[in-house]
Design a protein. Structure first.
Length: 281
């Protein structure tokens, strides 16, 4: 259910402006939307909508700080030689998908979801609920794992969600189910939307360890990503044997961590993020 203390907004822009917006975690609107900008509050929930040809929601975020700025930032502002979007705000990214997946895997807003302006408030609670459900189904969009979710989801999904959140806390663009040559990596972190992932993760709770390491190898060789293998302690010896044998060429590159280490790191970075917010940063 949507949180009653939050307002929910759809931010609309073209591909070029979204590339800058996602890279810098910033959005801006025209003077005609000043009243909407003034109603925007820290902690409000955002849906990122790319105009045609994608015409899809490709990510979500949480509002941080808002301000006025007199410096051109986006391409059309630079070309015009003046500020077009003076009413600006920064945001944290909760979830997103790669630009080349916007058209095929993004969420298509149903009738009643406003997308025409640069920022659009969703007032209807049922529309909010439906859009949250749709985006959750498509790219796992939730601000953070709740106690109820943690209790009911699988261990594999719990660890993936925590790794995604840890990346977000570190201001990476963090996603689950990252595509690579017809397969999917559990979690990937990148700094810029148009770049390849800097860090990739495979979570091994059960199943094919060979396949998991194989995907990490692909990412390392193709993107030069830093690979992380997260597993249960009982699987560590088997992983070490594989890295010393068939996957010896990436042995020195793969960082192996126990699931308990993810739990500990998640707790620490979440506490640090809460402290930062309480301080007002």
């Amino acid at each position: 259910m949507p949180a009653t203390s939050q307002c929910y907004w759809v931010l609309t822009g073209d591909r070029e402006n979204w590339r800058r917006g996602i890279s810098d975690r910033i959005w801006g609107v025209v003077p005609g939307l000043q009243s909407a900008w003034e109603a925007l509050q820290r902690g409000d929930f955002l849906f990122f909508y790319a105009k045609a040809p994608a015409s899809r929601i490709f990510g979500t975020g949480i509002v941080r700080d808002k301000f006025r700025q007199d410096r051109p930032l986006w391409r059309d502002e630079i070309e015009a030689g003046k500020v077009l979007y003076p009413h600006r705000f920064t945001f944290d990214i909760v979830s997103f998908i790669d630009e080349d997946r916007w058209s095929s895997e993004g969420a298509h807003p149903e009738a009643g979801i406003p997308v025409r302006a640069g920022m659009n408030r969703i007032a209807n609670a049922e529309n909010i609920k439906a859009l949250l459900a749709q985006t959750d189904r498509l790219f796992a969009v939730q601000p953070s794992p709740t106690e109820e979710q943690t209790a009911t989801s699988s261990l594999h999904d719990q660890v993936k969600d925590k790794l995604r959140e840890i990346g977000r806390f570190q201001e990476y663009l963090s996603e689950t189910e990252c595509k690579i040559n017809g397969e999917r990596l559990d979690v990937a972190w990148r700094r810029v939307a148009a770049s390849v992932p800097q860090k990739v993760f495979e979570v091994q709770v059960s199943g094919n360890l060979w396949s998991a390491i194989g995907k990490l190898k692909k990412a390392h060789l193709l993107w030069n990503s830093q690979p992380f293998l997260v597993l249960q302690r009982a699987e560590r010896r088997k992983a070490e044997d594989l890295l010393a044998g068939p996957f010896v060429e990436i042995k020195r590159s793969v960082i192996v961590r126990d699931i308990e280490a993810v739990d500990e790191l998640y707790t620490r970075v979440k506490r640090a993020d809460e402290s930062r917010q309480q301080f007002g940063l």
